[in-house]
Write a new protein. Structure first.
Length: 369
C-alpha cells in the first residue's frame, strides 16, 4: 500500500508546542490534538511522501543509537498508528474525527449542540482584557479562596441552617431547579472567562442533554491543550466548580438571613449546589475534577486509556499501539483507575435502583392505606 510504503501526512496538520512544552499534532479539519513524543515530532517532518520507510529507518539509525531492526519496528508501529488515526494521506478518517466537526455530538450519554462559535469570545473579551492587567496568581488565588469559603458556608448552612418548608416543597423545588440551571450557565461562563483571559480559543458554546433529557449549558475548551503550564490548565478546569462555590456561598447567606419562600428556595438550592460541587470534583467521573487531575499530572485521555486496557483484559480485544507502548507500571495504574471508575458507576446504579424501589414501595404503602 503506497500510503504506508511512502507515508505522507495529509493536509491540515500542524505540529505545535503545547502542554508541558510537549509537541502536539493539531488536526485543523477535526480540531483534534494528538500528543507526540519529541522524537516523533521530528519524525513526522520526514513524512512528505518522498521517502520510503527503508530510507527513513536508515536516517533514524544514522542519527540515533537504535539498530536497523529496532528502528524499522518502531517506525512501522508509528506509521500504522498515524494511519489508524486518519492522519496520513489516503488513510480512512476514523469516526471520532468525523464526529468532531458536527454541530450536534454524542459524548458520554450527553449529546451536545453548538449555538455559536463566535459570540462568547466577543462578549467576554472586554472584561478579560481588564483582568489580564491584574496579577494572574493573585486573581486565581482570590477566586479559589472565595470558592472554598463559599462551599464550606453552603455545607454549614445545609445542615445547620433552616430546612425547606414542606408546605412549599412542590413549586419552590421547581424554582430552585430553574435557578440551578441558570447557575450552570454561570459555571460554563467561568470556564470561558478564564480561557479568554489566558487567550485560549473557546470553540463555541451551546447546550447539552444529560442522559438525553436534562438541558445543560456547556463551552468547548478543547484548545486548553495549547497551554504549556500545568497550573494554567488546572485553573481553567476548576474555574466552573470554584464559581459554583461563590454562588453557593451567596445562597447560604440568603438561606440563613431570609424568611418564608425565599429562604425555602435558597435551602432547596443548597441541596442541588452541594451535590453538584461534590459530583463535579469527583475524579472517578468525567468531571472538572478529573480534568484538573489530568492537567496537574500532565496526562492525556487517562479515562480512555484505562477503559481501553480494561476492554483488552476482559474482552480480549486487540491492544492499540499507543497502549502497547505503555510501561507495565503505567498500565497497572490505568487498569486500577478504570476498575475504580467502573465499580463506582455500578455502586451508583445499585443505589439508584434501590432508591427507586424504596420510593415505589412507599407510594404503594400510602395508597394501600
Amino acid at each position: 500500500m503506497e500510503t504506508l510504503t511512502r507515508p505522507k501526512l495529509r493536509e491540515g496538520l500542524e505540529v505545535i508546542r503545547g502542554m508541558d512544552d510537549h509537541p502536539l499534532l493539531y488536526d485543523a479539519d477535526s480540531g483534534i490534538y494528538h500528543r507526540l513524543s519529541r522524537s516523533a515530532a521530528g519524525l513526522v517532518q520526514r513524512l512528505d511522501g518522498s521517502r520510503s520507510l527503508e530510507d527513513i529507518a536508515t536516517l533514524m539509525t544514522q542519527r540515533g543509537t537504535k539498530t536497523p531492526e529496532a528502528a524499522r519496528t518502531e517506525l512501522d508501529r508509528f506509521v500504522k498508528n498515524l494511519y489508524d488515526s486518519g492522519l496520513l494521506a489516503g488513510s480512512p478518517t476514523p469516526q471520532r474525527a468525523r464526529d468532531a466537526g458536527r454541530r450536534g455530538k454524542r459524548s458520554q450519554m450527553m449529546p451536545r449542540f453548538v449555538v455559536s462559535r463566535t459570540l462568547m469570545p466577543r462578549l467576554l473579551e472586554p472584561v478579560a482584557a481588564l483582568l489580564r492587567k491584574a496579577s494572574g496568581g493573585a486573581l486565581a488565588g482570590l477566586h479559589i479562596a472565595g470558592g472554598i469559603a463559599g462551599t464550606l458556608a453552603a455545607v454549614w448552612a445545609l445542615f445547620a441552617g433552616p430546612s425547606a418548608d414542606p408546605r412549599l416543597a412542590h413549586w419552590t423545588t421547581l424554582i430552585a431547579f430553574v435557578l440551578f440551571l441558570l447557575q450552570i450557565v454561570l459555571h460554563e461562563t467561568a470556564h470561558a472567562m478564564v480561557a479568554q483571559i489566558l487567550k485560549v480559543p473557546v470553540r463555541g458554546f451551546g447546550f447539552a442533554l444529560l442522559f438525553y433529557f436534562m438541558p445543560l449549558a456547556y463551552v468547548d475548551r478543547t484548545d486548553a491543550y495549547r497551554l504549556r503550564e500545568r497550573g494554567s490548565r488546572v485553573v481553567l478546569a476548576l474555574a466552573g466548580p470554584v464559581n459554583d462555590g461563590w454562588v453557593a456561598g451567596i445562597t447560604a447567606l440568603v438561606a440563613v438571613t431570609a424568611n418564608g419562600t425565599v429562604a425555602t428556595v435558597a435551602a432547596t438550592m443548597l441541596v442541588f449546589q452541594v451535590f453538584s460541587v461534590i459530583t463535579n470534583l469527583n475524579p472517578l467521573l468525567p468531571s472538572d475534577g478529573y480534568a484538573a487531575l489530568e492537567a496537574g499530572m500532565g496526562t492525556v485521555d487517562a479515562r480512555g486509556r484505562a477503559f481501553g486496557l480494561l476492554k483488552h483484559v476482559l474482552l480480549r480485544r486487540p491492544l492499540p499501539s499507543h497502549l502497547a507502548a505503555m510501561t507495565p507500571a503505567a498500565r497497572r495504574l490505568h487498569l486500577a483507575y478504570g476498575a475504580l471508575c467502573t465499580l463506582y458507576v455500578l455502586v451508583l446504579a445499585y443505589v439508584a435502583v434501590r432508591g427507586t424501589a424504596f420510593s415505589y414501595s412507599s407510594v404503594q404503602g400510602m395508597w394501600g392505606q
